[in-house]
Design a binder for this molecule. Structure first.
Ligand SMILES: [Fe+2]
Length: 390
């Protein structure tokens, strides 16, 4: 065994010891063959050196992990990822905590006690860790939408299982295609496009007729409402409701997660992208339900709207995508008497962007005004019904 500095690690080296962080969480098991991606993850965690095996040495590990050990490892990692994702959603105040408390974590963890789900999850984890983490995100957002739809415990459990296993067909797609940072060739894209069909078949093969609802989610999650998407359905509107929910959760999680080749989009950017696609791709009512219950425009944030620059005064759950705003300057950067607009009652007013970092600093220094001052008082309200553009 030798200790190698993180900069000198190379793909193909074998970890000689389990690597744990300060909280005792194992990130790297002895015997793991390092990849560029795992080296990058260690670098991002601040690791400076790793013990690796010499060429003729075996790692400090026992015989290959038993089936039970592998399942236990999947359950442990899944629970850790669930807790981290739920904590982040709570900390950011992004979702209504009442919807997440109790039921959702309970349902999520119940799936992990279900051995018939833990086996395919283990296959996903061992094939591609990103798909595993993404599947957990999709299960969480699907459960969240299911709660908003007042699903019963039984339907919620089935929906969350569908979220966890929607991409099971990806275990038939080579890892280098799944994680290719550059554009896919036509042939590679064709291989990726097979995963809903192979996934649906895998679930039926494993669980028989009982898995029809689950299989339909896997089969339909890339089909679009207008009949496009894949595999081709040819019949617009034939997609099951759980599959429509998982389709929204799938794209939202992918857009808001960082990859080696893309940044994580902020929730309001994901909202804009998905609203643009919603006409043909998503179920618009479910999409509105989802985004009206995510705080994408936090109180105090500054928006550029068709009525001018405005600060968000209230964004209640239920109409969070249509917040109450206070407009204080026009598009020519001229300040005026502030007035308020309830975007839920003024469909003619559209939000073009949320100002961040440099653009927000530039606006406040140009106007010599801090929009947060407007949060303390009420101002007269104006309404812009549809037809009267602001
Ligand atoms: Fe997929």
């Amino acid at each position: 065994m030798r200790i190698v500095a993180i900069e000198a690690l190379q793909a193909g080296m074998v970890a000689a010891e389990d690597f744990q962080n300060l909280h005792g969480v194992t990130y790297l098991k002895a015997g793991t063959v390092l990849t560029q991606r795992s080296i990058q993850q260690l670098l991002e965690m601040g690791v400076t050196q790793v013990a690796v095996c010499d060429a003729d040495e075996s790692p400090a590990t026992d015989a290959p992990a038993s089936r039970q050990d592998r399942l236990a490892e999947t359950r442990r990692l899944a629970r850790e990822v669930i807790c981290k994702k739920l904590d982040r959603l709570r900390l950011e105040g992004l979702v209504d905590p009442v919807l997440l408390e109790g039921l959702l974590p309970h349902v999520l963890k119940k799936v992990l006690d279900h051995e018939e789900d833990l086996v395919p999850l283990t296959q996903i984890l061992e094939h591609d860790e990103y798909t595993f983490r993404h599947s957990i995100g999709v299960a969480i957002y699907s459960g969240f939408i299911g709660r908003l739809c007042h699903y019963s415990q039984k339907k919620l459990f089935s929906l969350v299982r569908g979220g966890f296993l929607h991409d099971i067909g990806k275990i038939d797609v080579p890892e280098e295609i799944l994680n290719k940072p550059s554009k896919l060739s036509d042939e590679e894209f064709r291989i990726i496009q097979r995963h809903p069909v192979t996934g649906g078949k895998r679930l039926i093969a494993a669980h028989g007729e009982h898995a029809l609802a689950l299989s339909r989610i896997a089969f339909q999650h890339h089909q679009h409402i207008d009949g496009t998407g894949y595999p081709s359905s040819g019949s617009p509107g034939a997609i099951s409701r759980p599959a429509r929910i998982v389709a929204i959760a799938d794209v939202y999680d992918a857009l808001t997660t960082a990859r080696s080749y893309k940044v994580a989009y902020k929730p309001h950017i994901a909202y804009r992208i998905m609203k643009k696609l919603s006409r043909g791709q998503f179920d618009e009512r479910l999409l509105d339900l989802f985004f009206n219950n995510l705080i994408i425009f936090p109180v105090g944030s500054v928006l550029e709207t068709s009525a001018g620059f405005a600060v968000v005064k209230a964004a209640p759950f239920g109409s969070a995508a249509k917040p109450r705003i206070c407009v204080f300057a026009n598009e020519r950067y001229q300040m005026h008497e502030p007035f308020e607009i309830d975007l839920a009652k003024s469909p003619a007013v559209s939000v073009s962007s949320l100002l961040e970092d440099i653009s927000l600093i530039s606006l406040t220094s140009r106007l010599r005004f801090n929009p947060a001052e407007l949060l303390e008082h009420d101002y007269p309200e104006k309404t812009f019904p549809s037809g009267k553009s602001a």
